[in-house]
Design a protein. Structure first.
Length: 152
């Protein structure tokens, strides 16, 4: 494995081996490295998703105080992927076991955007740039919504 560069999210999960398989099925991740502990939990795994690297490991409360809080509560972090088709990415993730939390919609800032929560409690968003025509329509709808809210 070549040395990863840049900002690399490092997720702590309960069930890291299952998470690796989920990310492969849901996000097209490629497994780069897996370092199991003697008890079968993963001490470290590295995945490649498009041009980005993702690290993950199992929760090891005996070493680091038990930092995996998900899926018991909402995640304070959203991991974002720019994809060729947000609708397809969401459908693929849902088919692999994720929960759609926001269906893809055309947004005023110029992307088709939606969100899922993975089976391990982590939130992911997906975006695809809109054509100029669809972006203009999304901006128009947003302006109408804002005007209606001001009038109310």
């Amino acid at each position: 494995m070549s040395e990863p560069k840049g900002l690399i999210p490092h997720l702590v999960v309960k069930g890291a081996a299952q998470a690796v398989e989920f990310y492969k099925a849901a996000l097209g991740a490629v497994e780069l490295l897996r370092m199991p502990a003697d008890d079968g939990r993963l001490m470290h795994a590295a995945l490649k998703i498009d041009d980005a690297t993702l690290f993950l490991c199992d929760d090891f409360p005996e070493y680091c105080g038990g930092v995996a809080r998900a899926p018991s509560g909402p995640s304070p972090v959203t991991l974002h992927l720019c994809v060729p088709c947000a609708d397809t990415a969401i459908a693929t993730a849902v088919a692999a076991g994720a929960t759609a939390t926001m269906p893809a919609e055309d947004m005023f800032w110029g992307d088709r955007y939606g969100k899922i929560t993975d089976p391990f409690g982590h939130e992911w968003s997906f975006s695809t740039p809109l054509s100029a025509e669809r972006k203009a329509e999304a901006e128009r709808k947003w302006a109408e919504t804002c005007a209606a809210m001001k009038a109310a």
